[in-house]
Structure formats: structure tokens, C-alpha cells
Design a protein around this ligand. Sequence first.
Ligand code: FDA
Length: 402
Amino acid sequence: MSEQQQRWDAVIIGGGAAGLFCAGLAGQLGKKVLVLDHAEVLGEKIRISGGGRCNFTNINSSPANFLSDNPNFIKSAFSKYKPQDFINLVKSCGIAFHEKHKGQLFCDVSAKQIVEMLFSECQKGSVVIRHPVVIEQVTQDMHGWIVKTNHGVEHARSVVMATGGLPVPAIGATDFALDIARQFDLPVTAIRPGLVPLSFTSDEFSNLSELSGLSVPVKISAGQKGQRYGVCYFDEDLLLTHKGLSGPAVLQASSYWQEGETITINWLNEVDCDELFNDEANRLKLTETILAIVLPQRLAKSFAEQKNLLGRKWAEVGKKDRQALKDLLTRWTVKPAGTLGWKKAEVMLGGVDTRALDSQTMMSKNHPGLYFIGECVDVTGHLGGHNFQWAWSSAYACAQAL
Ligand code: FDA
């Protein structure tokens, strides 16, 4: 290495949520940090997140909200940097926010405020950010790490891989971190799209395809005992779309669902079906009218129609038909044809196997100086701000160690 060549304490590849946060923290700890990214615009995933308002954390975020082949891995990073720590930072920057649902915190004004905050933290740490830059090669020699780009060669004591996952390829998502992991013989677990709408071809769904746009609170379950992530149960809103099922309930379930399996939906959610069916006040009403007490009218009509009970007075509906209707309403089991894929997914399930990383620092156990943070690691959160919290917590753990 010549005298002129700058030696960085850390080169961080990927200037998204985890990369920028890690850079700012390490810079403020006195480290010389360079961020490299191939995108024209940085922080795009943050900008489009939470419908433009960024659900930047969840007050209740805990290891129970994550899927990983090694669920204990995140405990250490979470104990070092909690949701409240990020909330304090957001507050200290004067960004107004509110709780929307089940501990989910959103910016009042715009997700751009979070991006600006991360840039401002980087500035405070004198971080150098270069983009768009093509990363051509990452290698190691006896002096440290060498990152070859289309703009020259950088030398560093450490390299941090923070290139995220494959969702939304249109804004520059890649699995580059996984290529680097494999190059250095780190294991990578199977990846697939998570928090993604499900598509259907089944007859059952064709009965509902007319109802696109309806949103209903449901209980949903997916997954199988003994499988990678086990079974899940969520109480959330389900959205009927012309392509299939979406909304928070289905996005949550999609992370547990595997191809070929069914999902089960209780359309009545908290409503006691027997109480509704046995209520004397409903005896003389039409079936669809009774269902419309607890469901949107169009959906109520569709369910009555599916069981040939449309226009039938409840008093005239026999035990067998009542049971069939109850099963349809409370145990609707359907086999999705697939997901809408990386284009519509919010996260990547799987990634760099956590068993190859030190949970205290995010560093490769076999390659000192090589770190992996954020979404590229086999740690995936539920919907609701948990994925950003993982980005912040893993970035923090890494920054302290650089
Ligand atoms: P992130 O994707 O943020 O950053 C990766 C960076 O690496 C990018 O800047 C990219 O350009 C760069 N990069 C990739 N490949 C490269 C290469 N080969 N060379 C150089 N640079 C490269 N989560 C949440 O908690 N709350 C929410 O509200 C939402 N909402 C949401 C909406 C949508 C539409 C999506 C797609 C995702 C969300 N998420 C979310 C998930 C959240 O965006 C995600 O978990 C984090 O952005 C992950 O942070 P990372 O820093 O790991 O990757």
C-alpha cells in the first residue's frame, strides 16, 4: 500500500438503513469511515417504507418478533440497542412521530426525515459517502481488506456488508452480501420473499375476486409444526385485491407459508359465531343480513351465496347448512398458488447464516474484520417496524466493534 493510498478504519458497502446508521455511529466514535453504494439515490427503501412515513421501530420489538434459523442470535444486539434508544435519537432530532397500531411508530410528516437524520449523523462523524460506485471485488491480504471499485481501490481495516436483501430490485436491491459471504466460505441459509402478498388460482378464491378493495380484520394462521419457522397466528387486517390476498394479516402469514401449504382464515375474528347464529333476534332475518352485522355487506352476501343460503330466512336454515357456513366463516382454508415475488416483498427471509457470525459484533467468526449487518443476515422481522429495528441494532453492535 503506497503512502498516498488512504487506509480507512472501515469501508461500509451499502448506504441504506443499516449501513448509514453504522457509518454515523462509527464516525462519531472517531473512526475513518467510507460508505460505498451503487445507487444514484441513497435511502430509497427508507423513503418508500411505511407508505412514505417510515415505520421506523416498534415499541414492543423483541426477539419473539423475528424469524431466523437461530432465533437467539439477535438477543445480544437487541440488549445493546433497543427501540427506545432509536426513539430517543428521533426525538433529539425533532422528528415528530406517532404510534399507529400495536406499538408501530411512524413519522408524522415524511420518511425522508429519517434519511436526512442518518445523513446528518454521518456528517457529524465526518463519514465519506461515495455513490454511484460499482463494487468489483472484495479481497483480503495480510494488511487488511481491499475493495476494488470502478473508481479505484480502497484499503481498510474492516469491511462491513450492508447491502440488504432482494426485495424491490427496481431500486437497486441485490444479494451481493450473500455472494461475498459465499466467497469467504460463510454459509448462507435458503432465501425467499417475505412480507409479501399471496396469489391464488383456486376456485375458492374466484368467489372472492369480485370483492377487491375490501379490508376485514381476521385471525390468520400459516406454517406447519416442525417446519423452519413453525406455525403463526396473527390478528390483523386482510385486504382483498384483484390478484389475491394482501394487507397486514397476509403479509405476516406469508413469511411462515411455504409453497404447497394452505393458510387458514377466521373471517369472524373476535366475533363468537355460535352467539351470532343462536341469537333469537336473528331468527327471522335473511342469512346475508345476519352476516352483514359483523362483515362488510358484499362479503356477507358472497359467503351466503357460496353456501346457497342467499335470500334464505335463518329460521329455515338447517343444522348441517349452519355448520357448513360456520366452517366457511371460521376455518376458511385455502391453498395460495404463490407469492407476488421480490417485486412486492418487503423483506428477504434467510441470508448469511448467523452461526458464522459473532452475535456481539456481527463479525465473521473465521474472517476478522468482515462484518454483515441488516437484512442480508438471516434475521427477518414481523411486519410493524421490527425490520428497521434490526437494521439499527445490528448496525450499533457492529459500529462499537469497528
Ligand atoms: P437497505 O435495503 O436499506 O440498504 C441496502 C443498500 O445497499 C442500498 O442503498 C442499496 O443501493 C445498496 N446495495 C445493494 N446492492 C449493492 C451492491 N451490489 N453494491 C453496492 N451497493 C449495493 N421495515 C420496517 O421496519 N418498517 C417499514 O415501514 C418498512 N416498510 C417497507 C416497505 C417496503 C416497500 C419495503 C421494500 C421494505 C420495507 N421495510 C420496512 C423493510 C426495510 O426497508 C428493510 O428491512 C431495511 O431497509 C433493511 O436495511 P438494510 O440497510 O439492511 O438494507
